[in-house]
Design a protein around this ligand. Structure first.
Ligand SMILES: *Cc1c(COP(=O)(O)O)cnc(C)c1O
Length: 420
């Protein structure tokens, strides 16, 4: 064996090894409250770090362009079958490298350049890939937007009005920073009224949908995309689902050979492992806890005088507005970070500050729930968040809270030293 095949990462590249060690420590010591992040199981990571990373498997199960794909076929088919069982749909493509790639494939499959799409405004909670100007979806297609009302909620009558005026070919529903349940049935009525295709992007709430803790986009949506690494707790990646065979065929061609080359079979193997976890009865418990925890977070923040967009939450996240406070989302992000709480600054409806400053933060419960935290811990953490925001200039206090929270975090260890 030459030195490359025999050495461990530590022996072969101590520089990278020690950076990974530091990242592991960061993830362990800090409280991860970014709504789009989560912790996968060691089993998912093991599959992701497997020999499948060596395999080329362009094409689909039993229709490959390379030899030696019999096990790649088996593992991809397993991922497809499990996803189709979870979401109760007929056709699944597990190859998208990310949520954005999945969305790109939907547009490429169903639209021509310049066609009209209607999506949720980025500054109201939508995603870049829903028609935002700096993104391919806003550059290649003619994008129109709906948003939320002053009460922070989508007004479906308004969406209907906008759809009737712009006559889009695709209506995109689903969001990245929206704390209320999305009514796919209402979106379907709107899509039907204007003859549009309904495209649901459930990247954020997929795990809740899988547990029956959020309305399912099926049978309403014509095509559904998701990421696999957010509430779904799998490896970083995307997925596309449909019950329409014609659409599914177009999607498969759009992913390969349209947009991507060889699938990441090691990631697909990890997706299969994550889907098995989702099919476990315990998944329902986890998802219920995710919602219960974000609810406590919203309640405490409101009680302590903070403004929550839409006045609460139905899902895994809370959007806090500082429009009526003397500090910005960026200030809050930094102060919380100094106390060991990781969140992200976020534009809120009616924001007057730039996307780099913002007047809000987005806080999510999935990652800490994965570490085993429940209402009791969320109540403590939510009050600490308010203590920090109440005294946003008091760096000494932030340091003190950091110490206390590190102690709390140390009781909820998710990975040990052999996890990389
Ligand atoms: C996160 C997200 C995506 C994109 O996923 P990436 O894997 O980061 O490309 C797409 N749509 C929505 C609604 C998202 O929240």
């Amino acid at each position: 064996m030459d030195f490359i095949t025999s050495a461990t990462l530590k022996e072969s590249d101590n520089e990278v090894f020690s950076i990974i060690e530091k990242e592991l420590e960061r993830q362990t010591r800090h409280l991860e409250m970014i709504a789009s992040e989560n912790f996968t199981s060691p089993a998912v990571m093991e599959a992701m770090g497997s020999v499948f990373t060596n395999k080329y498997a362009e094409g689909y199960p039993n229709k490959r362009y390379y030899g030696g794909c019999e096990f790649a076929d088996q593992v991809e088919q397993l991922a497809i079958d499990r996803a189709s069982q979870i979401f109760n749909c007929k056709f699944v493509n597990v190859q998208p490298h990310s949520g954005s790639q999945a969305n790109g494939a939907v547009y490429a499959a169903l639209l021509n350049a310049g066609d009209k799409i209607l999506g949720m405004d980025l500054s109201h909670g939508g995603h870049l890939t829903h028609g935002s100007k700096p993104n391919f979806s806003g550059q290649n297609y003619q994008a129109f937007y709906y948003g939320v009302e002053l009460d922070g909620r989508i007004n479906y009558d308004k969406v209907m009005e906008i759809a009737k005026i712009c006559q889009p070919k695709i209506i995109v529903c689903g969001a990245s920073a929206y704390a209320r349940e999305i009514d796919f049935k209402k979106f379907k009525e709107i899509a039907d009224a204007v003859g549009a295709i309904l495209f649901a992007d459930i990247a954020h709430v997929a795990g809740l949908v899988a547990a029956g803790e959020h309305q399912s986009p099926f049978p309403y949506a014509d095509v559904v995309t998701t990421t696999t690494h957010k509430t779904l707790r799998g490896p970083r990646g995307g997925m596309i689902m449909s019950n329409n065979e014609e659409i599914a065929k177009k999607i498969n061609s759009a992913i390969f050979p349209g947009l991507q080359g060889g699938p990441l079979i090691h990631v697909i193997a990890a997706k299969a492992v994550a889907f098995k976890e989702v099919l476990d009865p315990k998944w329902k418990e986890y998802s219920k806890q995710v919602k219960a925890n974000s609810k406590i977070l919203a309640e405490v923040l409101i009680k302590r005088g903070y403004d929550i967009v839409s006045g609460g939450t139905d899902n895994h996240l809370v959007l806090v507005s500082f429009l009526n406070k003397p500090f910005s989302g960026k200030d809050a992000d930094i102060a919380l970070g100094n106390a060991g709480i990781t969140v992200n600054k976020n534009i809120v409806p009616g924001d007057t500050r730039s996307p780099f400053i913002t007047s809000g933060i987005r806080i999510g419960s999935p990652a800490l729930t994965a570490r085993g935290m429940k209402e009791k811990e969320f109540e403590i953490i939510s009050n600490k968040i308010c203590d920090i925001l109440d005294s946003i200039e008091d760096k000494e206090l932030h340091k003190k809270i950091n110490k206390e929270l590190e102690e709390l975090a140390s009781n909820f260890v998710i990975y040990n030293q052999s996890t990389y």
